[in-house]
Each structure stands twice: as structure tokens, then as C-alpha cells.
Ligand binder design. Structure first.
Ligand SMILES: Cc1cc2nc3c(=O)[nH]c(=O)nc-3n(C[C@H](O)[C@H](O)[C@H](O)COP(=O)(O)OP(=O)(O)OC[C@H]3O[C@@H](n4cnc5c(N)ncnc54)[C@H](O)[C@@H]3O)c2cc1C
Length: 352
């Protein structure tokens, strides 16, 4: 059997692509894999708690809705209701990352999407139909492919950093900066490139103070961005320093950072309630073995403006794997929709 559309990846981009492809009667097959220990089947959103900026999910009794919408045999996967988030005796909170992606997955299943729980390790693009090769299943032949494998935020790699993820440590200011634990508090951004400066500038509107921690004595960011950040009275650069330890406790989460000087190795503690790591992302493209063109940061290159076409006709890209700029759930979901429509039109144009 030759598939019409194979979707690789199971975050917001992959499920949105599947919903659109399924509703267009293309009977999509989704590969839901976890090729690395720092990936999980529901994508990056599964690493976070409440998602306050995804349209359609204002704070409310989302739990009742989710339990009614998601198949009962997957309820075990739903995280507990966040502590203390109760109003009039009922849960009252913004949808959590896992819940949101479980809803997307359910919506795709409702329209007939089939799912293979396996990692794609290669695509044979030398002949048509393409051959999608996974670790444990037979190769799948398909006329089109939508690559929606996302990206991973790079972290410093300290065990104490891991301990405080979602309790002070984040890799996304736009996602988390407005949460109560960060508002009007001293925060730190780690990094020296454009995204670190961008994160610091964004957070300066919410925080009481933003320390920009950089291992060197000058930033790598573009000149105009540096000037903007360094003239911002709320942003204070902390030069020649790296984070040696994240400090805090189970009750309060992160309370301070132990900084180490890159000049003389001396240490000091900096009180902050949040650390935003901005040292880049790694797009999940290794399995493509260089067969699709990427940009200088390793993200899939789209060959046409406002389209999801990659460098190989019939292979489309959606979500963070092709987006080094917006990296949001809503933009990923939007481009998943675009990729499915592009695949549908491409199939029609080629007589399928
Ligand atoms: C901690 C954190 C908090 C965030 N909070 C927010 C927020 O509040 N609001 C917001 O809009 N955005 C938020 N984001 C960003 C958002 O999660 C991403 O923009 C979005 O998840 C990207 O969706 P995606 O579908 O492109 O990829 P991903 O979510 O990365 O999903 C890709 C999936 O593909 C799978 N995969 C990868 N390679 C393969 C392969 N070879 N074979 C099969 N499967 C594979 C991965 O395991 C993964 O499940 C947050 C991100 C993080 C890390």
C-alpha cells in the first residue's frame, strides 16, 4: 500500500497536519517517536505546566472538558490538576501542555489518523513514492511527507538546573515570562546572542530586574540589539560569568544562582526567582542525514515564501523544525495546517 501523507512528529505541528490531512480524506499516518532521551511523544509542550497563550483555552474548568474529550484509556497520561487551582470546588486553571497535546492527538484520531509509535531513522528520497524507514517497523511507501519533528532547547546541563525546570528554570520568555512567579521579580537570562538579548528585553517589561549572564565581556548579538539591551535601565549585564549551580528548595523552587567567574574561578550567589536559558536550540533533523537543505542554524530551509515546501518536492516541513524565529505552539499548529494543505494540493496537481 502507498500512503498519501506520512507525518513525522507528534507535537502541535504534527497533530494539526494530521487533523487537516484526515479531514481531506488523505488517511494520514503519524510517526510518534522519541529518538532521544530529551524528547517525548507529545513534543516540547509536554515539558511545561500551564500554557496560558494558546487561543481557546482561558483559565477555567478545563479538566472536565479534557476528561470528556480524551479517550478514557489515555486519562492515565494526564498530569494532576495543578495544586491550589480550584474555584467553587472545581479545578480552575489554564490548560497544561500535556493536556493540550492530548486534545490535539484525540482530534486527529477522531478523524481517522493512524499512529505508529516508532522513530523515523531515514527517508529514501531517491525514488517515488518515498520510503520512510523507522527503527522497528517495515518501511512505509508514501507520496508525500510532512516533517514536524520539532526542536530541542539547549540547556546548560547542570543536575540542579533540571531540578528546577518549571519551578524557575525556563528556556522560553514569551511562554513563561508572564507567570506569577516571574512577575516583578529579579530574573536572569543566560547567553550572549540575539535570542538572549531578545529574551532579556522581553522580560524587562515584566521583571523588577534582568541580569544578562554571559561568559565573555561582550555580547555576540547584533549591534542594534546590544545597544537596546545595554541602554535598558532594567537590564544589567554580568560579564565573564557562568552558572555553576541553581539554588533553591522544593517549596520555593529556584531562589538564586551560583555564578562562577571565567576569569579567576571565584563564585558568588545572585538572588533570582527565574533563570531563562537562551543558548540556542537544536532542530531535530539528524535522521534526515543531510537529504533536505537546512539553513546556517540547521533548521529546514523552506524553498518558497509562505509555503511549507522543502528542497525536495513532495516533502513539506511544519513547526519548530523549520522555524528558528517564532517557536510557539500556535505558530507550529498553524504551519501544520499549511503543510497539510500544501500536501493536499501537491497530490491533486500530480493526479493523486
Ligand atoms: C519548557 C517549554 C515551555 C513552552 N511553553 C510554551 C507556551 O507556553 N506556549 C507556546 O506557544 N509554546 C511554548 N513552548 C514552545 C512549544 O512547545 C513549541 O513551539 C512547539 O511544541 C513546537 O511544536 P512542533 O510540533 O513543531 O514540535 P515539538 O513539540 O518539538 O514536537 C516534535 C515531536 O516530534 C518527535 N520526533 C522528533 N524526531 C522524530 C523522529 N525522527 N521520528 C519520530 N518522531 C520524532 C519528538 O519526539 C516530538 O514529540 C514551550 C517550549 C518549552 C520547551
Amino acid at each position: 500500500m502507498v500512503e498519501q501523507v506520512v507525518v513525522i512528529g507528534s507535537g502541535p505541528a504534527g497533530w494539526s497536519a494530521a487533523i487537516y490531512a484526515a479531514r481531506a480524506s488523505l488517511n494520514p499516518l503519524v510517526f510518534e517517536g522519541t529518538p532521544q532521551p530529551d524528547m517525548i511523544p507529545l513534543g516540547q509542550l509536554a515539558f511545561t505546566t500551564e500554557v496560558e497563550n494558546y487561543p481557546g483555552f482561558p483559565v477555567g474548568n478545563v479538566r472536565a472538558f479534557i476528561e470528556s474529550a480524551v479517550a478514557a484509556d489515555r486519562h492515565f497520561n494526564l498530569p494532576p490538576v495543578p495544586k491550589g487551582h480550584v474555584k467553587d470546588g472545581a479545578p480552575h486553571y489554564a490548560v497544561q501542555g500535556v493536556e493540550l497535546v492530548e486534545l490535539m492527538k484525540q482530534q486527529a484520531i477522531n478523524f481517522g489518523t493512524r499512529i505508529v509509535g516508532d522513530d523515523v531513522i531515514d527517508i529514501d528520497v531517491t525514488s517515488r513514492p518515498f520510503k520512510v524507514i523507522s527503527r522497528d517497523n517495515p518501511p512505509v511507501e508514501t507520496r508525500t511527507v510532512i516533517v514536524a519533528t520539532g526542536a530541542r532547547a539547549n540547556y546548560i546541563g547542570l543536575p540542579s538546573e533540571d531540578r528546577f525546570k518549571n519551578r524557575g528554570v525556563s528556556a522560553c520568555a514569551v511562554c513563561d515570562g508572564a507567570l506569577p512567579r516571574f512577575r516583578n521579580q529579579p530574573l536572569a537570562v543566560v547567553g550572549g546572542g540575539d535570542s538572549a538579548v531578545e529574551e532579556a528585553t522581553y522580560l524587562s517589561k515584566l521583571a523588577s530586574k534582568v541580569y544578562l549572564i554571559h561568559r565573555r565581556d561582550q555580547l555576540r548579538a547584533s549591534k542594534i540589539m546590544q545597544e537596546r539591551a545595554l541602554s535598558n535601565p532594567k537590564i544589567e549585564p554580568v560579564w565573564n560569568s557562568v552558572v555553576d549551580e541553581c539554588l533553591g528548595d522544593d517549596k520555593q523552587g529556584l531562589t538564586a544562582l551560583r555564578l562562577k567567574s571565567t576569569l579567576d574561578g571565584s563564585t558568588r550567589d545572585l538572588p533570582v526567582t527565574g533563570m531563562f536559558v537562551a543558548i540556542g536550540h537544536t532542530p531535530n533533523t539528524a535522521f534526515l542525514n543531510g537529504k533536505l537543505e537546512v539553513n546556517d542554524k540547521g533548521y529546514l530551509r523552506l524553498s518558497r515564501p509562505f509555503r511549507t515546501w522543502t528542497s525536495i518536492e513532495g516533502i513539506f516541513a511544519a513547526g519548530d523544525v523549520a522555524d528558528d524565529y517564532y517557536r510557539q505552539a500556535i505558530t507550529s499548529a498553524g504551519s501544520g495546517c499549511m503543510a497539510a494543505l500544501d500536501a493536499e494540493r501537491w497530490l491533486a496537481e500530480h493526479g493523486h
